[in-house]
Design a protein around this ligand. Structure first.
Ligand code: NAD
Length: 370
């Protein structure tokens, strides 16, 4: 069996190692049953790295992440490390990974599994079967633009400044990611900005359209103002396939879309960097949730967000779409059979532990592969 897929696992803190253990069992299953092998290595990130190595991410672990085909991360942080100096905080490890790997495209799917549709704050018919993807630009825009700062004016009042700025290459590369991903899905992209009031938004709109006309004529592209998009997400979310937007609007809209699904323990994510000459993209896959210190070490955490992040990795880093679909179908089937961790528990369902949910998914994988 070829095992040339280099995967670095950074389980991190809190519930990170618990949810990652279930992914480990899936990796074993794929090696056994589907002849899909990974060259897996493990490393430390966050508070556990600080405890053992004095920093939240060592240069050696950073180098391993750069050399890996994909990095799978659990979660970092916890009260034990809250009072460390800024540079030693667990989150700095994660931020360094994102920065040094130049992960400019953040992918946040919002998928509603039928049995969980009632967990949404919206009516079941509006969200049942929802399957959309938000592609957020992650390294540019107003969070990074200069000038920035707070200054005191001659009259003693103060002024806070941030600059929204985008260049054509920054827009082009994230739009390419969105178009490429749309080709693997419903072939529809909605580009979101505020071209009516912001020059950077106008540039965004023009460049996305130009790219579509030049290289992606098979994709159905629409444009929407960000305020309207926020409304449409809660009015009729199923109209969207792929949304591509900037850093600030993506921050807000992806959290809004996440809430359509109702549960933090179900949300996967991916962050992608530039493709190299061989087409390999740096990539980091992680659940949206944090280290959940309140339930850590108790076998209570929902491992599905991490399992679904693993499925995204199969699809986007290793072109194993069929295997990714298998994982997603197994998750859906386990939910259909009524298995629930505490965070998604509903009356009449069967409450299971982290390990129990892993068992349920593996059992469904066995059934699907039989
Ligand atoms: P959190 O996501 O860890 O937890 C919020 C709530 O959701 C908690 O009640 C928790 O028990 C619950 N929850 C989260 N994931 C769950 C899961 N898989 N199954 C069941 N319940 C789950 O957010 P927080 O409490 O604000 O932060 C806790 C720590 O995590 C902090 O140190 C924070 O800095 C860190 N954090 C890390 C990341 C990351 O690693 N990407 C993201 C967010 C927060």
């Amino acid at each position: 069996m070829a095992a040339n897929k280099k995967l670095l696992i950074l389980a991190g803190d809190g519930i990170g190692p618990e949810v990652m253990r279930e992914v480990g069992r899936l990796i074993d299953w794929f090696a056994r049953r589907r002849a899909v092998g990974f060259d897996v290595s493990q490393g430390l990130v966050g508070g556990c790295a600080y405890d053992k190595e004095g920093v939240p991410l060592t240069d050696a672990t950073m180098a391993a992440a750069m050399a890996a085909d994909a990095v799978l991360l659990g979660a970092v942080g916890g009260p034990k490390w809250d009072n460390l100096p800024f540079e030693k905080k667990p989150e700095r490890g994660l931020l360094r990974l994102r920065k040094d790997m130049e992960l400019f495209a953040n992918l946040r799917p919002a998928i509603v599994f039928g049995p969980l549709a009632d967990a949404s704050t919206l009516k079941r018919e509006l969200v049942e079967g929802l399957d959309m993807l938000i592609v957020r630009e992650l390294t540019g825009g107003v969070y990074f633009g200069s000038p920035r700062g707070i200054e005191t004016l001659p009259d003693g009042t103060r002024r806070g400044i941030n600059t929204q700025v985008y260049t054509t290459p920054e827009i082009d590369r994230v739009a390419r990611v969105a178009f490429d991903l749309a080709r693997l899905r419903g072939k529809r992209v909605c580009s979101v900005e505020k071209a009516n009031v912001m020059e950077s938004g106008l540039l965004w709109r023009e460049e996305v359209q130009k790219l579509r006309d030049a290289s992606y004529s098979d994709i159905d592209l629409s444009h929407m103002y960000a305020d309207n998009c926020a409304m449409q997400l809660v009015r009729q979310p199923k109209q969207f396939d792929v949304i591509v937007t900037d850093n600030l609007f993506g921050d807000l809209l992806s959290d809004c879309a996440a809430m359509l699904t109702g549960s933090l323990g179900m949300l996967p994510s991916a962050s992608l960097g530039a493709a190299d000459a061989t087409g390999r993209r740096r990539a980091l896959y992680e659940p949206v949730h944090g280290s959940a210190p309140d339930i850590a070490g108790k076998d209570l955490a929902n491992p599905l967000a991490t399992i679904l992040s693993f499925a995204m990795m199969l699809r986007y880093s290793f072109d194993l779409g069929e295997d990714a679909t298998l994982v997603e179908k197994a998750v859906a089937a386990a939910l259909d059979r009524g298995y629930r961790t505490g965070d998604i528990m509903t009356p009449g369902a069967t409450r299971v532990s982290t390990t129990g949910m892993g068992d349920a998914v593996l059992k469904e994988l066995d059934r699907l592969a039989a």
